[in-house]
Design a protein around this ligand. Structure first.
Ligand code: ADP
Ligand code: ADP
Length: 239
């Protein structure tokens, strides 16, 4: 049974750019899927259509059985909570502590305000600490995010996504701004979490080597079209 099913997804931006031209994609629970393709292929648009940061022009997106394009506001809130997002540039809340960023994943913006006023519950705080421990950052909990390295900031972003207790994490070029060793380390954290917590990952990647090393499945996208799915051996010149 699939956790996520995308059918004939199309996106035409206001300026007429056809970013997606009918993409089909199914993702199982706990599956680690890599999406590769050149810059401008539509990878980012695809992830944004799944969590409705971008409104698809045509097609269907089913998450956990719900058609997210037809969901009520309340259903959509629940769906969004179960889909975590990780970005290339980490997208942490600046001038704010590591633990507040993680609590933001659990409680949303209101949670961050509460935590800034010292009003977070002991249980929430403990939960956030546990997540920071999982990404090796419990000693950094009270640091401001600017004091952390890029790899550490991405680990905070992973902990923040986990704080939502998601079923799916969408990662848009999560290692593109990191050096190769740090990038590999972040890939390993994500893979480990995927398998231990049974959280599905859909990860946009430039680097074919990371896709080959970690993904259960590799999907290739070019000019808004899926050009391969689950091809174990392909020529990198194809992409
Ligand atoms: P990728 O993530 O593979 O680099 P994107 O999804 O970012 O690809 O972009 C796909 C295409 O859509 C590109 O041609 C890009 O310029 C275009 N595009 C992306 N966002 C917008 C937007 N907000 N408005 C218009 N065109 C966009
Ligand atoms: P990516 O690294 O995903 O390729 P881009 O540099 O293409 O990112 O895009 C950065 C931002 O600009 C995104 O929010 C994207 O939606 C937007 N964007 C990209 N292309 C266009 C475009 N042609 N017109 C308007 N917005 C765009």
């Amino acid at each position: 049974d699939f956790l996520l099913e995308v059918r004939r997804l199309k996106k035409v931006y206001k300026d007429g750019t056809e970013a997606l031209k009918g993409i089909d994609l199914s993702v199982k629970k706990g599956e680690f899927v890599a999406i590769i393709g050149p810059s401008g292929a539509g990878k980012s648009t695809l992830l944004r259509c799944i969590n409705l940061l971008v409104k698809p022009t045509e097609g269907e997106v089913y998450f956990n059985g719900y058609n997210i394009l037809k969901a009520s506001k309340k259903e959509l809130r629940n769906i969004r909570r179960e889909i975590g997002m990780i970005f290339q540039n980490f997208n942490l809340i600046p001038r704010t502590t590591v633990i507040d960023n993680v609590l933001n994943g659990r409680l949303g913006y209101v949670g961050t305000l509460r935590s800034c006023c010292g009003l977070f519950s002991k249980k929430d705080k403990e939960f956030a600490f546990e997540l920071l421990e999982r990404v090796g950052l419990s000693d950094k909990a009270l640091k401001k995010v600017e004091e952390l390295s890029g790899g550490q900031q991405q680990r905070v972003a992973i902990a923040r996504a986990l704080a939502q207790t998601p079923k799916l994490i969408l990662a848009d070029e999560p290692v593109a701004s990191l050096d190769p060793v740090t990038a590999d380390n972040i890939m390993e954290y994500m893979f480990d979490i995927c398998k231990k917590d049974n959280i599905a990952f859909v990860v946009n990647l430039h680097q074919v080597e990371f896709a080959k090393k970690y993904a259960d499945r590799i999907i290739g996208i070019k000019k808004g079209i899926k050009i391969f799915d689950n091809v174990q051996y392909f020529l990198s010149e194809d992409i």
